[in-house]
Design a protein around this ligand. Structure first.
Ligand SMILES: Cc1ncc(COP(=O)(O)O)c(C=O)c1O
Length: 396
């Protein structure tokens, strides 16, 4: 028996594949600080569990395929706070941002079609596209210029008659980049002139630092029929396990077609939608507090990185990640070494080697992604371990 070429060609998660080394380190008695995955330690607002406790229907029924109207309306209100105006039939609730991305790609692309994605990118974009035989054409960006976009001409050179969309996360995972208004307008122009969809993954919308102006694709005028906004409660409300995301789009045909996909998987979990509705009603002050917390963490990580000779990394301005180029040759080897052969007073740290976030072979070999998802004290210790670890690794 043979499995499909499609599934065989899919990349193993570069974030999860080193987990056995971390498990072995823990078994040997080491404490491991996990800066390798985007699982925040921030407490989920209590409103989530409280609202579920109040549920006392005798049966947990299927919800509507498009999502619970109460949740859809809570999201409509949330968007209004950003001056984005959607109606009930322009939003679909999905199993996390992940399903929103998968459905958007299935609805837009046929097998063999192409999507432009700035690299390095969130690795699961490989899974969503590869699983349905769609190809990612990378727009290469680099640590040296803070992972900002190249100019319009360079991007347009990548467009073929198979290109259907531009997909990116903004603020960016893994780079922490926040695109400027000019970059957003450039992408909008490219989309209009080349008849492309924009899939704007804005699950980190609230995590923008230094009072930087943030331009959402939901606020760009004149192209709303080709803009698809992806959102999620996972990071916004630190509710990754709730698995609630959404798609918002003004293109009625797109929504109509995606609804068929929603119908085929019946619905999103009923109780979690109740919890997510409560989350979207949480006072905005919660998000401001979380922003301040991540801002402090970002500063800790960046200060340590800046103090290490040979590290290349612009100060990230969003999300809770940074990609740093280290003065070594093979980041994966370094990450494994940190877990297997190194400790500082019985403790070590884990990062994600960044090569897996690139589609272009050979890029990112000496880069790691650091997720600043731990409290300040742990983060300081973890970054100190990186500093000493790098010194020792280089002297081997
Ligand atoms: C950029 C980006 N988009 C989408 C997701 C998917 O999130 P979820 O499916 O948990 O909503 C993630 C998760 O890490 C992410 O970083």
């Amino acid at each position: 028996m043979r499995l499909s070429n499609r599934v065989n060609a899919m990349q193993e998660s570069p974030i999860r594949k080193l987990v056995p080394y971390a498990e072995a380190a823990k078994k040997s008695g080491k404490k491991v600080y996990h800066l390798n995955i985007g699982q925040p330690d921030i407490e989920t607002p209590k409103a989530f569990m409280e609202s579920i406790k109040d549920f006392n229907d005798p049966v947990i029924k299927y919800s509507f395929s498009q999502g619970d109207p109460k949740l859809i309306n809570a999201i409509i209100e949330y968007y209004k706070g950003y001056n984005m105006h959607f109606t009930e039939n322009e939003i679909l609730i999905t199993n996390g941002g992940s399903e929103a991305l998968l459905f958007a790609i299935i609805a837009i692309c046929d097998p063999g079609d192409e999507i432009l994605v700035p690299e390095p990118f969130y690795t699961n974009y490989n899974g969503f596209t590869g699983g349905v035989s769609v190809n990612i054409k990378p727009i290469t960006t680099s640590a040296e210029n803070g992972f900002h976009l190249p100019d319009k001409k360079e991007i347009e050179q990548l467009i073929t008659n198979k290109t259907k969309a531009i997909l990116f996360s903004n603020p960016g995972n893994p780079t922490g980049v926040v695109y400027s208004k000019e970059e957003i307008n450039m992408l909008a122009e490219i989309a209009k002139q080349n008849d492309l969809f924009i899939i704007s993954d804005e699950v980190y919308r609230e995590f923008v630092y230094d009072n930087l102006e943030y331009t959402s694709f939901g606020n760009v005028e004149g192209i709303s029929d080709r803009v698809i906004l992806v959102d999620s409660v996972s990071k916004r409300y630190s509710a990754c396990g709730a698995r609630i995301g959404s798609l918002a789009c003004k293109n009625k045909d797109f929504i109509k077609q995606v609804l068929k996909l929603c119908q085929s998987r019946l619905c999103v979990p009923t109780l979690e939608q109740i919890g997510a509705t409560a989350l979207y009603h949480v006072d905005k002050a919660y998000l401001d507090t979380v922003n301040i917390e991540y801002n402090k963490r970002r500063d800790i990580v960046y200060e340590t990185l800046s103090s290490i000779d040979g590290v290349i990394c612009e100060k990230p301005t969003g999300a809770f990640y940074v990609v740093a180029k280290l003065p070594i040759e093979d980041a994966e080897d370094f990450v494994i070494w940190l877990l297997k052969d190194f400790d500082l007073n019985g403790e070590t740290v884990m990062f994600a080697p960044a090569a897996g976030f690139y589609a272009t072979k050979g890029l990112g070999q000496n880069e790691v992604r650091i997720a600043y998802v731990l409290n300040e004290d742990d983060l300081k210790k973890a970054m100190n371990i990186l500093k000493y670890g790098l010194e020792k690794y280089s002297r081997r």
